[in-house]
Design a protein. Structure first.
Length: 147
């Protein structure tokens, strides 16, 4: 199980990467999914807009694009692209911290690879509950490690 975090012409200000990678592994295990390889690429709005146009034929900014590159359902291989610009703006819009919003999007991408969708209201509601659950678990764990 390999998880890598890359920067593409931006800085994510992501702290404690080792603990985050371990937590993402636990997320996949809890969701009963076998993660083989996962790359997170933190990038700019322009970079992700270009990818959105090129690969998905969408002409708008987005905070995340998740690619499932798995050859079979048994071993997940994925790439998750996250716009740091969007995360910063969304944090302001949703009145949350940059750190919370960044982790929400990180877990959101992982949940997509676990099979969760978010195109219809019912699916969005379940996705949000899962995001909230894993955010709570992650930050509770981090607080426990500080004591």
């Amino acid at each position: 199980m390999c998880i890598t975090l890359h920067q593409q012409n931006t800085q994510s200000k992501l702290r404690n990467r080792k603990a985050l990678k371990l937590f993402i592994q636990k997320l996949f295990k809890r969701e009963k999914r076998n993660l083989k390889k996962l790359d997170y690429i933190f990038c700019t709005d322009d970079f992700l807009l270009n990818m959105n146009q090129q690969y998905l034929k969408h002409n708008y900014f987005t905070d995340i694009i998740t690619f499932n590159l798995s050859e079979n359902a048994e071993s997940i291989i994925g790439e998750i692209y996250i716009s740091i610009d969007r995360v910063q703006e969304n944090a302001i819009q949703f009145k949350t911290s940059y750190t919370q919003e960044l982790h929400r999007v990180i877990f959101h991408g992982a949940l997509h690879l676990c099979g969760y969708k978010d195109k219809i209201k019912k699916d969005q509601s379940l996705m949000r509950k899962k995001e909230d659950f894993y955010l709570h678990q992650y930050f509770q764990l981090k607080q426990g490690n500080k004591a």
